[in-house]
Write a protein that binds this ligand. Structure first.
Ligand SMILES: [Zn+2]
Ligand SMILES: [Zn+2]
Length: 255
């Protein structure tokens, strides 16, 4: 599998700050934040599957524009995979005809541009030889992460999450684990805010990574654009060996 980072920032602004989205091979998105807007129409047209971690706008806003741009160019519906709670929120608060049209009814309910598929933690979705497992996350709204397994190697994306013991017992059992993308949304001075909004700061990241019992290359995502230097400095000062690296836009993982 090949994962390209389209967005990995906690905000927008400047040349490289896009909100969360990853392109997997040519046909799968994991989250659909503002980074999706950098894809060409041809690339957008090829996307058949969108795996959503949770309903927050920085992870879903581009689903709306994606459908408007290429819905009519595609031969079939795009499938949005999310938990029942997330789907409910998308239907009620985004694709509700007030904020944006309900694309499960467009152009016709029988042959729409969008269909939802409910998933729950522990579910495995097979796309050919690719295995996508839904991971637990702990956030202010119902949320999940995803484990992508090509058969040769695996990548874990935590999604937005606070401290998450259930995640590590699963990750520690992944024999072919290669990469972890984990959020660190706040710097340590805002630990109170990280705790309140169920995100991580560097000190909490250190506590989480202490629960990881196998080797992996670790990348941090979702940093505030204005606090990248401060947050990375705090991460580099964490006790232990090689600190996690900052995930960069357009980074490519092969596994
Ligand atoms: Zn969130
Ligand atoms: Zn977020």
């Amino acid at each position: 599998m090949r994962l390209r980072v389209l967005g990995c920032s906690g905000g927008i602004g400047g040349q490289h700050n896009r909100t969360t989205s990853f392109l997997v091979d040519h046909d799968v998105l994991v989250d659909a934040g503002t980074g999706v807007g950098d894809l060409s129409l041809a690339e957008l047209t090829l996307i058949d599957h969108i795996f959503v971690t949770h309903s927050h706008l920085d992870h879903v806003n581009s689903i709306a524009f994606f459908l408007d741009s290429v819905g009519a160019l595609r031969p079939k519906a795009v499938t949005v995979y999310a938990t029942a709670a997330t789907i409910e929120t998308l239907k009620k608060h985004l694709f509700n005809w007030d904020i944006w049209p309900d694309f499960t009814q467009i152009p016709t309910p029988e042959n729409p541009w969008l269909r939802y598929q409910e998933v729950e933690v522990g579910a495995v979705i097979n796309l050919g030889a690719r295995r996508i497992t839904v991971l637990p996350a702990v956030h202010t709204v119902p949320a999940v992460g995803y484990l992508l397994d090509s058969g040769k190697g695996s990548l874990v994306f935590t999604g937005d999450t606070g401290p998450n013991d259930a995640l590590w017992s699963i990750v520690n059992a992944v024999d072919n684990l290669k990469f972890i993308i984990i959020e660190t949304a706040f710097s340590d001075k805002d630990r109170w805010l990280a705790e309140l909004s169920k995100h991580l700061c560097p000190a909490m990241l250190g506590e989480e990574l202490a629960k990881l019992a196998r080797p992996a290359e670790i990348y941090v995502t979702h940093l505030k654009p204005s606090e990248i230097e401060l947050t990375m400095q705090e991460i580099e000062e964490l006790p232990g060996g090689s600190p996690p690296r900052l995930l960069q836009n357009n980074h490519v993982f092969e596994f």
